[in-house]
Ligand binder design. Structure first.
Ligand SMILES: [Zn+2]
Length: 403
């Protein structure tokens, strides 16, 4: 809409409203009022509203008019159009131009339908000031940071392999400097990264996180350390990312139930995050876990330069993969909206009392994949989903932007 109040024709149609509970799901229509997009609930029926300013109240004739009693969401060749709160990607790498692996925030963010990105440890205490001073202000997408327990962050890809790379007090001071940006502490707790340090980076990261009153985001992967020993150090509200990685030592039993240490962690209130990445997602592991009743709490990409051209692409592609693995649509949307916002302490109603849209992502649930899109996991296995999540627009403070 951006200044103009005309609705794009493609969006002047009933939308399926997919908001996490307790918000009601149903059907709605976009209405531009004073240049801002509002969502008008439609009581199970379509109602056309002319988009031009001053004409909002009229109900011109047309397909799906209220009086006709047509179905709320008529089938369309491009798939069903849906709207819900703005998406959040809890694990991404967007310290652009500072670390080799980061991508520009808006490319993984608003340009891909994602309103909030949590950078997962690209910055440590020695490098966070640059993220806050130069990268975040230049992005349209909101960015939060899991502060790496390794001082340099991901400038160095074995960021905690040496005791000299960790400074507990300086990390706490950096958190104090940037309380509005730092959402928690990131520790990559796998063999290729920690080397002979074993569990020490996690133990020190936990010390900092508990001292600061923040959650941990912990990457698991190849041993050592053993994943069970890692999980035993996590508390309620901490997040384990790469939960379906599929490497040797993954915390799952063959039938899809969690191994004992993961079961204990889940009982304590530890949360599971997908963190797809280049090496950390298996269709088989995810599908078995979802079938056994263990879907992820949050769906995230771990997007970076080595996977943005595939297999990750974007958050929508990761959402499509989780639907393919058996996750329900409402639950999948919750895993990219309400749950990550709660973890980031960024809970904010997506609709104002008058229906003004504060933040929303509009997407198609289509029967056909985006052109050229292949669905490959980190192990090279390919899937053929029958539903494809394709973002088409974002709305921020009532301002609609088509993608
Ligand atoms: Zn990552």
């Amino acid at each position: 809409m951006s200044g103009d109040v005309r609705l794009p024709a493609a969006l002047d149609t009933p939308l399926r409203v997919l908001a996490p509970p307790p918000s009601a799901c149903g059907t709605g229509r976009l209405r531009p009022v004073d240049g801002r997009a509002r969502l008008t609930p439609v009581d199970g029926r379509a109602r056309l509203t002319r988009p031009e300013r001053g004409n909002e109240a009229t109900t011109p004739a047309g397909a799906g008019g209220e009086a006709t009693g047509e179905a709320a969401t008529p089938p369309s060749p491009g798939g069903e159009l849906c709207i819900g709160p703005g998406w959040v990607d809890l694990h991404a790498h967007v310290y652009d131009a500072m670390t080799q692996i980061s991508v520009p925030p808006d490319r993984a963010g608003l340009d891909a339908g994602v309103h909030v990105l949590a950078d997962a440890g690209s910055a440590g205490q020695a490098t966070i000031d640059g993220l806050v001073r130069y990268v975040i202000p230049a992005a349209r997408t909101q960015v939060r940071a899991w502060l790496n327990i390794g001082s340099h962050g991901l400038v160095h890809l074995r960021e905690t392999a040496d005791p000299a790379f960790i400074d507990v007090d300086a990390t706490l001071a950096a958190i104090d400097r940037h309380r509005d940006v730092v959402c928690g502490v990131k520790v990559r707790s796998s063999g290729a990264i920690v080397g002979a340090m074993g569990l020490q980076p996690l133990q020190l990261g936990r010390l900092v996180a508990r001292e600061a009153g923040l959650p941990l985001l912990v990457h698991v992967g190849e041993a050592p350390p053993l994943t069970g020993d890692v999980l035993d150090l996590l508390d309620a509200g901490d997040v384990v990312t790469h939960c379906y990685h599929g490497k040797t030592g993954a915390p799952w039993l063959a039938g899809g139930a969690p191994a004992p240490a993961l079961a204990r962690a889940l009982d304590r209130g530890v949360l599971m995050d997908v963190g797809h990445g280049a090496a950390s997602f298996s269709f088989g592991v995810a599908a078995r876990a979802v079938a056994a009743g263990f879907p992820p709490h949050t769906i995230s990409t771990d997007v970076h330069v080595r996977n943005i051209a595939g297999p990750v692409h974007d958050l929508a592609t990761t959402l499509t993969k989780l639907l393919h693995c058996g996750m329900g649509l409402e639950r999948a949307i919750e895993a990219v909206t309400a749950t990550p916002r709660r973890i980031l302490r960024m809970e904010q109603p997506w609709l104002g009392d008058d229906g003004t849209i504060r933040h929303a992502t509009i997407f198609r649930l289509a029967g056909a994949a985006p052109p050229g899109r292949a669905y490959v996991d980190a192990r090279g296995d390919t899937a053929r989903p029958d539903r494809h999540v394709i973002p088409v627009a974002t709305v921020r403070e009532g301002v609609l932007a088509e993608l």
